[in-house]
Design a protein around this ligand. Structure first.
Ligand SMILES: C[S@@+](CC[C@H](N)C(=O)[O-])C[C@H]1O[C@@H](n2cnc3c(N)ncnc32)[C@H](O)[C@@H]1O
Length: 300
């Protein structure tokens, strides 16, 4: 949603921006172009290939950006606090990551059961599927994939792995298809389990929570945060984050007991009450964008 992101961040000459998910540099290039001649961009991606590709793509803006390999959860460790007019987090994976069988994200193509976004990390999806207790697998499939057949699938995995450890995406996708046949359903039966494993392998929910906090630290007052999420878990976390920071009170602990609230000044405001969704034209041009939701906040 490049146009919507530009509208949200409104890059201007001399402005300072951060793209925490620089990917192939599409949004980053749009921000740099719009903030010419002297807007500045910090960028990061924890995928080494993305860093290489984006630096190449942004060559025409040399001298106006700094891209580092790393997680957006750590942005506040190197981007100065209160420095940015706008921060973008375009969550999830790029199409090129999904389309490469060797990355192991896709159940449509055979490859190693890997799913690490950052290959410096030790634990792969195969490690998880081969070693986690069945109850923990059930928990992962339910919590991160909303998988109704979590118990059945975890049981089938347990039986399978006692004979042969999982190594490939196809082994797992085939086992799930046999365990829970498609019966004319549109979605592949492995969709939810693959999503759940990817979230667990990359610890995506905890990283997103840290990333949102980090973004608030590097924004200046009046600066804007734009977050594009691709599934309901992410969007819920972004929504809850927005609600918490826009309140004029703090809640000690997890339960909101009105008598225990402590007054604090609100720290952000929502720019749009509802999430912004891609236009029909964008969905036609890029069907994977259909589940994207953009939320925009302004730091007070
Ligand atoms: C949807 S793509 C972004 C595409 C990008 N906006 C563009 O215009 O090309 C998501 C990117 O975020 C990266 N990513 C996901 N989680 C990340 C994290 N915690 N820290 C840094 N990068 C992350 C992925 O590696 C991927 O390259």
């Amino acid at each position: 949603m490049p146009e919507e992101v530009l509208l949200a961040l409104n890059p201007i000459s001399g402005g300072r921006y951060t793209d925490g998910t620089v990917g192939l540099g599409g949004h980053a290039a749009a921000i740099l172009r719009r903030s010419a001649p002297d807007g500045w961009l910090y960028g990061c991606d924890h995928d080494q290939e993305a860093v290489r590709a984006s630096v190449e793509r942004l060559a025409e803006f040399a001298g106006r950006f700094e891209i580092r390999r790393g997680s957006f959860a750590e942005l506040a460790d190197w981007v100065p606090a209160g420095d940015c007019d706008g921060v973008l987090l375009d969550l999830g994976m790029s199409s090129w990551q999904l389309d490469r069988p060797e990355r192991g994200f896709s159940f449509m193509q055979d490859g190693p059961l890997d799913m690490r976004m950052d290959d410096r990390q030790a634990r792969t999806a195969a490690d998880l599927v081969n070693n986690e207790l069945p109850d923990e697998l059930i928990n992962i499939f339910r919590r991160y994939g909303d998988e109704p057949n979590a118990r059945k699938i975890a049981g089938a995995i347990e039986n399978f792995r006692t004979a042969t450890p999982f190594e490939t995406t196809k082994q797992l996708a085939d086992l799930i298809s046999q365990t829970c046949p498609r019966y004319g359903r549109k979605k592949h039966p492995a969709t939810r389990v693959f999503q759940a494993l990817r979230i667990a392998v990359n610890n995506e929910m905890a990283v997103l929570a840290d990333g949102l906090e980090s973004a608030m630290t590097i924004l200046k007052p009046g600066g804007r945060l734009a977050v594009i999420s691709f599934h309901s878990l992410e969007d819920r976390m972004v929504k809850v984050f927005g609600r918490r920071w826009e309140r004029d009170y703090e809640v000690p602990g997890d339960v909101d007991i009105p008598e225990l609230r402590r007054p604090v000044p609100p720290r952000l405001r929502r720019v749009n009450r509802k999430a912004i969704c891609p236009t029909a034209d964008e969905i036609t041009a890029n069907p994977r964008s259909r589940s994207a939701q953009l939320r925009v906040f302004e730091k007070i």
